[in-house]
Design a protein around this ligand. Structure first.
Ligand SMILES: [Zn+2]
Length: 282
């Protein structure tokens, strides 16, 4: 069974100069069909512009998601840090509603300051539940998407992300395969079987909605002790993981997926990934 796989860049394409509102049209013209709007340094888009971006995406057949600001820490023992983080996520959810983005990708937080990993995860769950409760009733579309993280100091193993989503309403996982590879120092995302098992684990625990589509990030990545160092292009073959492994697992499980390229050459590698997947079908 072949599920639809959408591809797109994390943010403004490197070869596009101009207004964000015209990005969907550009992506469509080169053969892509997803876009993650990057609000990583703060949610600054106006309602008017967000709505225009949403309309442009719809008419070009581009599925939108949003990456929330990096400066959030939902597992901090400091209540001020958590409330500032929640404000940023609230703004992300509202702007996502305006533009029709289906998922708001969030870095959950750090273990530091917690007595155990479990305590940190519990804090993230409490924070997300507070966020959902605080949303106005007209915010109905976006789901919170905690991301699997690349450093061992960060909350965000696959199991933790699934645990968080099991206990948070309006939550779907964001699986960054490069991060999981770096976190495991190159021992995970190295066989199709591992990726298939991870997808089945998600579906078993969170239901089919979580894998229809499965929201994912991909690039090659460099790691050291403690995990992630930096993202690399698909042409830099000295770094893993292999995209063909992940694509095969998507085909084998028949899931639908959104693949956001976090390569330094964003949309160009999104196209490379699309071609690799298409070639494997023949
Ligand atoms: Zn991220």
């Amino acid at each position: 069974m072949q599920g639809r796989i959408r591809f797109g860049p994390a943010g403004k394409p490197i070869e596009f100069k101009g207004d964000m509102v015209r990005v969907p049209e550009f992506l469509r013209s080169i053969g892509l069909d997803a876009l993650e709007y990057e609000a990583v340094r703060g949610v600054r888009i106006s309602e008017d512009k967000a709505r225009r971006l949403g309309e442009a995406a719809e008419s070009s057949g581009i599925l939108l998601s949003m990456h929330a600001p990096y400066y959030v820490n939902l597992s901090s023992p400091d209540p001020d840090v958590v409330s500032r983080s929640l404000k940023r996520l609230y703004d992300s959810m509202v702007a996502s509603e305006w533009m029709g983005a289906y998922a708001v990708v969030v870095h959950p937080g750090y273990y530091k300051g917690n007595s155990s990993r479990e305590e940190a995860v519990k804090r993230v769950i409490e924070s997300f539940n507070k966020l959902v409760e605080s949303l106005p009733s007209w915010v109905t579309r976006p789901e919170i998407a905690p991301e699997t993280m690349g450093k061992t100091s960060q909350v965000g193993s696959l199991e933790e992300v699934v645990e968080i989503c099991s206990n948070t309403p309006r939550c779907r996982p964001c699986v960054d395969w490069a991060h999981l590879y770096a976190r495991a120092e190159g021992k995970f995302v190295v066989s199709v079987d591992q990726v298939v098992k991870a997808i089945e684990y998600i579906e078993r625990n969170l239901g089919s909605g979580a894998v229809r589509p499965l929201h994912t990030h991909f690039s090659r990545i460099e790691y050291g002790r403690g995990g992630e160092r930096m993202h690399h292009t698909l042409a830099e073959e000295e770094y893993g993981p292999e995209w063909s492994i992940v694509c095969k697992a998507y085909r084998e499980t028949g899931i639908t997926a959104v693949v956001i390229s976090e390569s330094p050459i964003l949309e160009k590698d999104a196209l490379v990934m699309k071609r690799i997947c298409e070639a494997s079908e023949k």
